[in-house]
Design a protein around this ligand. Structure first.
Ligand code: AMP
Ligand code: MG
Length: 530
């Protein structure tokens, strides 16, 4: 199998993708990037294959800024070439596919719900190629593009509802400032897809610097393919963490990077009440990005043990357990990297040294996550200076939020309205708590703490509103867009994306999107079915 680009493809790479004005140019720009991308790792890592076409694809949602950051005019999606756009990003052949520009599915393994699951892989995702633009280099992948050698029992498809959720949430997370894979578009087709009932298919175009997961490393470790394991680690280091080469042990340094980025990510998730839902090791990005949006959820009423995934009957991936689960997952990653550690150490005593060093790196997770979470909470509470007891103050708030099932997003957003001098402005937060006395007791402590803050109310409120979002992708909001899309209306997808592009801003025209969920939202269930 050859991954070298044909001359035609190589020529296309020399053009600036920013100039891509036609679908042909966009396709060439994406596919030209295959040659020196993850694909170049070769056949042990992936299988090249075309997508399975879908009938009559149509555009459901588009992230215009994602299009721009890939270097093309977003109007292409709705202009004279709109059919070609929908067809290309559905995986349908829009022209003769150059054989060396075939998309690929990657292989990985992983632990699912704490149990070794063996080989998994891109069962419904195909990477089209890679785009270089404005100094960034990103892979472009279709999710739901048909069966692959890694589909196992699956049909290679994704349904409309889960695709809309992934599309919207990828972009929403990005605008919240939380590391994530991105999404360019979601394309629909009336192709029937069987889940609990018959639904229709959709394809999300995902964009990320890398889709490498912890499970990729576990795969080569479990199969005792240490040379491939090293090749994979080298790919990630060379691409993303070249400074690891300056360390005594670059692979240990890679683990350190994963520990650091994962700890930071967990602090971010906890800070906005985001539950991933399926934190299996195959859904953990080596770059610490939020990846594989499935039965995720932003918490409405706060419950520290909230389980957003209806299929997670044991509550393994509850909100409160996420940081711990991430640590467990990092252990799986560390275990998989062990054969690469200490390669330059003398044989004598090597394995003991390696384990010791790896444990030290793993310890840094706690050293990093704890302070990162406290820093996040301090910012959320509008505390500019550090004082002892700040973590207790934050925990106290979580306790009464939990006891009162106070709305997560509204509690923090409205907290900025509190005054440090008197309680007469408390109502917007206080009213979210049934037990008003409990809130008043906490608010008194909070005001005491605020007395030590140099900032005035207005300055504090402004800072708080930059870290406490007003708009998040609540389940019922996604559901409204999905219901309309099921009837072939896509304006709500566009509107919701528009709202979520500015999560920290007041958007008076979108006030309804910031309110408490309606009663029917309590009955919404999201599961692994997607
Ligand atoms: P997930 O729970 O979505 O992370 O998926 C776990 C594994 O199952 C991955 O290897 C997916 O590619 C695969 N998978 C999930 N749904 C499908 C499907 N409908 N067809 C093929 N593979 C799937
Ligand atoms: Mg997955």
């Amino acid at each position: 199998m050859s991954f070298s680009p044909s001359n035609a493809v190589r020529a296309a790479r020399d053009e600036t993708p920013a100039d891509a004005r036609s679908m042909r140019e966009i396709a060439s720009a994406i596919e030209a990037g295959l040659a020196d991308s993850f694909a170049a790792l070769g056949s042990a890592f992936l299988t090249p294959l075309p997508a399975a076409p879908v009938p009559d694809p149509y555009l459901i949602g588009l992230s215009r800024e994602m299009a721009e950051s890939l270097g093309f005019d977003p109007d292409i999606a709705t202009g004279p070439e709109k059919n070609e756009f929908a067809a290309y990003f559905a995986g349908n052949p829009t022209r003769d596919w150059p054989s060396d520009a075939l998309p690929y599915a990657a292989v990985y393994s992983g632990h699912q719900f704490g149990v070794w699951a063996g080989q998994l892989g891109d069962g419904r995702a195909l990477t089209l190629g890679e785009v270089q633009h404005d100094g960034a280099r990103v892979e472009v992948q279709l999710k739901g593009a048909g069966r692959t050698p890694y589909s196992r029992m699956g049909d290679g498809r994704a349904v409309l509802r889960s695709s809309i959720r992934e599309f919207l949430c990828s972009e929403a997370m990005h605008h919240l400032g939380i590391p994530t894979t991105r999404a360019l578009a979601v394309i629909g087709s009336d192709l029937p897809v069987r889940r609990e009932s018959i639904e229709t298919a959709a394809i999300v175009t995902r964009v990320s610097p890398s889709f490498v997961r912890f499970g990729h490393f576990e795969h080569f470790y479990a199969n005792d393919r240490i040379d491939d394991l090293r090749k994979l680690a080298d790919h990630v280091i060379d691409r993303f963490y070249p400074h690891c080469r300056e360390q005594d042990d670059p692979y240990l340094a890679l683990l350190d990077e994963a520990v650091r980025s994962t700890a930071d990510l967990m602090a971010e998730w906890q800070g906005v009440g985001f539950c991933h839902g399926v934190m299996n090791t195959d859904n953990m990005s080596i770059l610490g990005l939020t990846i594989d949006y499935g039965p995720f959820g932003f918490m409405d009423a706060f419950n520290a043990h909230h389980v957003c995934n209806h299929s997670d009957t044991q509550g393994r991936y509850s909100y409160g357990r996420q940081p711990q689960v991430a640590y467990w997952n990092l252990f799986c990653l560390a275990q998989a990297l062990v054969p690469l550690f200490g390669e330059n150490l003398p044989e004598e005593g090597r394995s003991e040294r390696v384990v010791e060093e790896a444990q030290k790196v793993m310890e840094r997770y706690k050293e990093r996550f704890g302070p990162a979470l406290v820093a996040k909470m301090r910012a959320k509470l509008g505390l500019d200076i550090e004082r002892e007891g700040d973590d207790k103050l934050a925990n106290g708030l979580f306790e009464i939020m939990h006891a009162n099932r106070a709305d997560f997003t509204l509690t923090f957003r409205n907290l900025s309205k509190l005054s440090k001098s008197d309680a007469s402005h408390d109502a917007p937060v206080r009213d979210l708590f049934l037990d008003r006395a409990a809130f008043d007791a906490w608010a008194a402590q909070y005001r005491e703490r605020l007395a030590h803050e140099p900032r005035d109310d207005a300055a504090r409120a402004e800072a708080m509103n930059r870290v406490n979002p007003k708009y998040v992708l609540r389940n019922h909001l996604a559901e409204q867009a999905i219901r309309q899309a099921n009837e072939k209306g896509f304006s709500e997808v566009a509107r919701l994306l528009d709202v979520l592009r500015h999560p920290y801003d007041e958007q008076p025209q979108y006030e309804a999107y910031a309110g408490l969920p309606p009663d029917w939202a309590g009955d919404l269930e999201v599961s692994c079915s997607s």
